[in-house]
Design a protein around this ligand. Structure first.
Ligand SMILES: *Cc1c(COP(=O)(O)O)cnc(C)c1O
Length: 244
């Protein structure tokens, strides 16, 4: 990709506007803007675009594709970045992402969690305290009950969470979900509030408070923040349309 074609001034201007909209949505909802983390979704955009925003102060970036994500991590190894894996993970690729991301948002089945745990067991223990590393994860819920979408069905969520809690090196921090696509952002709201209710009842059920709700994209992040999102995942409004 020709890096000369990246309009860094335009990316920074759009990014600054999104940061302000996110903070404003939080304040409007009576929430502390610091409780909402903006993840810049950089899938299909070059590493250079990430560098521009990282130099501008953005720390959290989201990627969807294993190979692309790992290549960017290697290219940007010198940068201080919190990497989020937000895409579907094939079980055989679990070993390529375990331990490499601040948060994996898209754990939706037992076999995937098993593979992540197995990989974590193979990583060296911390040289600081001899402890085994823990991978923070979210459980992705198919909130719209759509056949084509990933995510555990809400009826299977509690059982999946209980099973994963037996894995010592995975820590469930909350839930992620995507409402059915719609051009009307308000239509997403009930799916977001359902995900919040589900997170709260899961927290009660397993007796561990779960803080996080990863929900809201370019189309609907204002509604998501109003319904309690702690992570919003925004690509297009920051970087523009994806090049391919
Ligand atoms: C691509 C993607 C996003 C970002 O979508 P935009 O509409 O570009 O903001 C967020 N979450 C997931 C899971 C994605 O795949």
């Amino acid at each position: 990709m020709n890096e000369c074609h990246i309009d860094s001034a335009a990316i920074i201007a759009r990014y600054d506007a999104v940061v302000e909209k996110v903070a404003q949505a939080a304040r409007n909802a009576g929430r502390n803007p610091e409780d909402v983390t903006l993840i810049a979704v950089s899938k299909r955009h070059p590493a250079e675009a990430i560098k521009i925003l990282n130099n501008h102060g953005q720390l959290d970036f989201g990627e969807n594709y294993v190979q692309e994500a790992v290549a960017k991590q290697e290219e940007l190894a010198q940068c201080n970045i919190n990497w989020h894996f937000i895409g579907h993970v094939q079980s055989k690729k679990a070993k390529d992402i375990a331990g490499k991301f601040t948060l994996i948002h898209s754990v939706d089945r037992l076999v995937l969690a098993q593979k992540l745990q197995k990989r974590m067991e193979m990583l060296p223990v911390s040289s600081l305290d001899g402890e085994r590393k823990v991978q923070d994860i979210l459980l992705q819920v198919n909130i719209g009950e759509e056949a084509q979408k990933s995510g555990v069905d809400k009826d299977g969520l509690f059982e999946l969470a209980e099973q994963i809690m037996a894995f010592p090196q995975l820590r469930i921090c909350g839930l992620m979900g995507m409402p059915p696509a719609s051009s009307v952002a308000e239509k997403a709201r009930p799916f977001f509030s359902n995900l919040r209710i589900l997170r709260d009842s899961l927290s009660t059920h397993i007796g561990i408070p779960m803080k996080h709700l990863s929900m809201g994209m370019t189309q609907d992040y204002v509604q998501a923040i109003e319904e309690g999102a702690t992570f919003v995942r925004i690509g297009t409004e920051i970087f523009g349309p994806r090049p391919y």
